[in-house]
Design a protein around this ligand. Structure first.
Ligand code: AHR
Length: 323
């Protein structure tokens, strides 16, 4: 068949596909409320979702970014409800105070899907599903990696105190609460590990750097900086350098997310470990909405698969990182 014939068949298939999508009233308008754009991870998540919707013309995505303010986000969700969208995706800034607006969506029958972060237990019956990573497990993975590393380096005899300082994320946000919880599950079984300081760095690189600098001033014996994301871990590495110490050697630094810059820092020896938390959630979000639209029941929880990377495997993984 010549190229004209192939083109004609392709055009026919595309017309039939879009006719079936539209004729059955199956075109959906979806509102996506992203709370902010504090770093590379969140940008990657936003792009993943926007691209996945662009790939499926049976959906129109309306995007709104709340500049890290919960009140802006709630306003945006209310605007989606007024526009009578077919579904709403939300990445909540914190886990509390979304109950009333979720009630409003439920009352008019608009399904809500939580993306990457969930709301507090009391409000979970108001959303269809939550898709994202297991933050408690991520904290546990960070703790287990540390236990293995200290053992391998002969740095932990089980009695000598290991001083650990924690740079947490945004207060009241699920990744911050749950990563802290997961890490403590492991630190609690090592009685000589002491979390000597813990302060929020809001998942932001500059704030992470400031918090780490203050920690290092306060405690000269810090051996480990555990940051709730890579952006803060990278800021902390800078603070360690400015304090005249070697990040990755004099101070062990652990981050979370698996952003490309963290891999580069591991290859350079400045970061020790990152626990992956994939933001590439777009295709699955679109699939969940297709399922919902065709009448399928969504599972209450859709998990992401995450790995652990350190200086032993960072160089091999770097060329194939997608964010
Ligand atoms: O909710 C996921 C977390 O939020 C990511 O670890 C972090 O980078 C982001 O701010």
């Amino acid at each position: 068949m010549d190229s004209r014939g192939r083109f004609r068949i392709l055009a026919m298939i595309m017309t039939i596909c879009s006719m079936t999508a539209f004729a059955a009233g199956r075109h959906w308008v979806v509102g996506f409320s992203q709370f902010g754009s504090e770093g590379d991870w969140r940008t990657a998540e936003t792009i993943s979702i926007q691209t996945a919707f662009l790939d499926d013309p049976s959906f129109t995505l309306i995007y709104s970014e709340a500049q890290r303010k919960q009140e802006n986000q709630i306003k945006a969700i209310r605007a989606f409800i007024s526009r009578k969208v077919d579904a709403i995706l939300i990445t909540p800034l914190v886990e509390t105070d979304y109950g009333p607006v979720l009630q409003e969506a439920k009352k008019v029958g608009i399904p809500v899907l939580m993306i990457d972060r969930d709301v507090a237990l009391d409000d979970q019956a108001l959303r269809m599903t939550f898709m994202g990573s297991d933050f408690v497990m991520e904290g546990e993975k960070a703790g287990s990696w540390l236990a293995g590393y200290l053992k391998k380096m002969n740095m932990d005899d089980g009695t000598k105190t290991i001083d650990i300082a924690e740079i947490s994320g945004t207060a009241d946000s699920p990744p911050s609460i749950e990563r802290g919880k997961g890490f403590r599950k492991i630190s609690d079984i090592h009685p000589n590990w002491k979390i000597t300081q813990s302060q929020p760095g809001n998942f932001d690189s500059d704030e992470g750097k400031q918090v780490a600098a203050a920690f290092l001033k306060e405690d000269k014996n810090i051996q480990v900086l555990f940051a709730h994301n890579d952006q803060m871990a990278l800021g902390a590495a800078q603070a360690v350098k400015e304090a005249g110490l070697r990040p990755g050697k004099d101070v062990i630094i652990i981050g979370m997310d698996g952003i490309e810059e963290a891999f580069e820092a591991m290859v350079a020896g400045d970061l020790n470990c990152t626990v992956e938390c994939s933001p590439l959630i777009g295709a699955r979000a679109v699939q969940a909405l297709r399922d919902l639209r065709s009448g399928k029941k969504l599972p209450p929880r859709i998990w992401a698969n995450d790995g652990v990377f350190d200086q032993s495997n960072a160089a091999a993984a770097l060329p194939i990182r997608q964010y």
